[in-house]
Design a protein around this ligand. Structure first.
Ligand code: NAP
Ligand code: HSE
Length: 429
């Protein structure tokens, strides 16, 4: 039986370069364990003159990614170049040619996943994307296979390593966002354009994929309600600690009655919550359902090594299916569904106000919340004299009501500034 599979790589950067080293360095171990002779046949990069972390015969490198897809020696295509295009058209071309595809590209899957999954099914070839969410954590396969029969209620957690790394540095070492981000880039955690991490686009794409797989309703990445950490002030990380919270960027996908809610935003998480102790580039994802109650998947969520490990697992899986000659059926079928109105989502909020410190101010502030039907849970005052800072945590209220309260606060003469509004995590993971 033929056990050799020719592999073509689109990209050889942080993830692709590590994968190449594994494919070459671990060739014998993989052969011994799986019976698969995985041969790298072609590798596309943008700049062939760049110094690389791997050695490869020069003739295998090309700057033409189409040549990789069309190479007759390439049986399986690995897309680790990132971005929507030309990655999308290359993946579609590979699938159309009946070649299995493995990708780590959450942006592409969140954008065109439904179409590409359908194309793969039509051609009967695998399209695998385990590394697209959670780096080295197995989450896509458990969600779409092991838990395919579970009526999942909620998938929530930390899905972006870069921002969790940045928030950990800000919390524990008082680092500035920009310096912590530069370190995350050096460590290979960040996207090519790190604003994708900071502004929550990367986490939103992952939330979209998780929601789609969990609920069988296709949720495009751009329909996820998104707020990143770009506007987060370090002082609120400090105040969070004083009030018993840690700031985290959360991704939440849940069923709310008949509709699906998918959102990404910073949140103050109580210090005794399991997510509060997730540090650095680690990711942690809870899955809740009636039979499983609560599962927690945690581990390295970014970086070349863990991500390449997930890609390699997919390569082996796709190679096995190809050699078995299986006509691969789609693992999840996507039905019709609608998304929740973000204004109706209920959470608690932390609000920081710069106010005048004189009699009646608190009453006016409380009145603004009350008029918007938002109940206050606790108030702290920092500083006295001409200016003071009020830290307020509200009870749960719909986002629409919270926003109305903030608008009313901004209109008050005694409020100099609404310094921050951050959601407070209060229910489940
Ligand atoms: P990267 O380091 O920027 O590598 C991208 C690679 O693709 C480079 O080798 C680049 O060539 C090549 N490339 C880009 N555009 C090209 C083009 N038009 N033609 C030919 N080659 C092209 O990115 P990465 O961090 O490895 O990420 C790759 C993918 O994995 C992305 O989709 C990312 O979201 C995903 N991912 C990354 C991580 C992580 O921790 N880094 C984790 C999970 C998923 P040059 O080397 O010549 O520039
Ligand atoms: N930039 C991403 C992150 C890579 O920081 O999580 C892993 O998907």
């Amino acid at each position: 039986m033929r056990t050799t599979i020719g592999i073509g790589l689109l990209g050889a950067g942080t993830v692709g370069g590590t994968l190449l080293r594994r494919l070459v360095g671990d060739h014998e171990a993989i052969l011994a364990k799986t019976g698969l002779d995985l041969q790298v046949r072609r590798v596309a990069v943008r700049d062939p003159a760049k110094a690389r972390s791997f050695e490869l015969p020069a003739e295998l490198l090309t700057t033409d990614p189409r040549a990789v897809v069309e190479d007759p020696g390439v049986d399986l295509v690995v897309e680790v170049m990132g971005g929507r295009e030309p990655a999308g058209e290359l993946v579609a071309a590979a699938l159309a040619a009946g070649k299995p595809v493995v990708t780590a590209n959450k942006e592409l899957i969140a954008d065109r996943g439904a179409e590409l999954i359908e194309l793969a099914a039509e051609r009967g070839v695998p399209l695998l994307f385990e590394a697209a969410v959670g780096g080295g954590i197995p989450i896509i396969r458990p969600l779409s296979e092991t838990l395919a029969g579970e009526q999942i209620r909620r998938v929530a957690g930390i899905v972006n390593g870069t921002t969790n790394f940045v928030l950990t540095r800000m919390t524990e070492e008082g680092a500035e966002l920009s310096e912590a981000l530069a370190e995350a880039q050096r460590l290979g955690y960040a996207e090519a354009d790190p604003t994708a991490d900071v502004d929550g686009h990367d986490a939103a794409a992952k939330a979209a994929i998780l929601a789609s797989l969990a609920f069988g309703v296709w949720v495009p990445g751009d329909r996820v309600d998104r707020e990143g950490i770009g506007d987060l002030d370090r002082i609120d990380v400090v105040y969070a600690a004083k009030l018993g919270y840690v700031v985290k960027l959360l991704a939440i996908a849940e069923r709310v009655g008949e509709v699906v809610s998918a959102r990404v935003h910073p949140a103050m998480v109580p210090v005794d919550h399991p997510l509060a102790s997730i540090r650095g580039a680690t990711n942690a994802i809870f899955i809740e359902g009636p039979s499983i109650d609560e599962l927690l998947f945690a581990g390295p969520g970014a970086g070349g090594e863990p991500t390449a490990s997930a890609v390699l697992g997919d390569v082996i899986d796709a190679a096995r299916e190809t050699l078995a000659g299986a006509q691969v059926a789609p693992r999840i079928r996507f039905g019709e569904g609608s998304l929740v109105d973000p204004g109706s989502v209920e959470t608690k909020w932390y609000v920081r106000l710069d106010v005048e410190d004189r009699p009646g101010v608190l009453a006016q502030v409380a009145g603004a919340f009350g008029d918007a039907d938002v109940s206050i849970e606790a108030v702290w005052q920092e500083g006295t004299g001409e200016d003071a800072v009020l830290l307020i945590v509200t009870h749960r209220a719909p986002e629409r009501a919270q926003r109305a309260a903030v608008a009313a606060l901004e209109a008050l003469e005694v409020v100099r500034r609404v310094g921050a509004t951050i959601r407070v995590q209060s229910d489940g993971p």
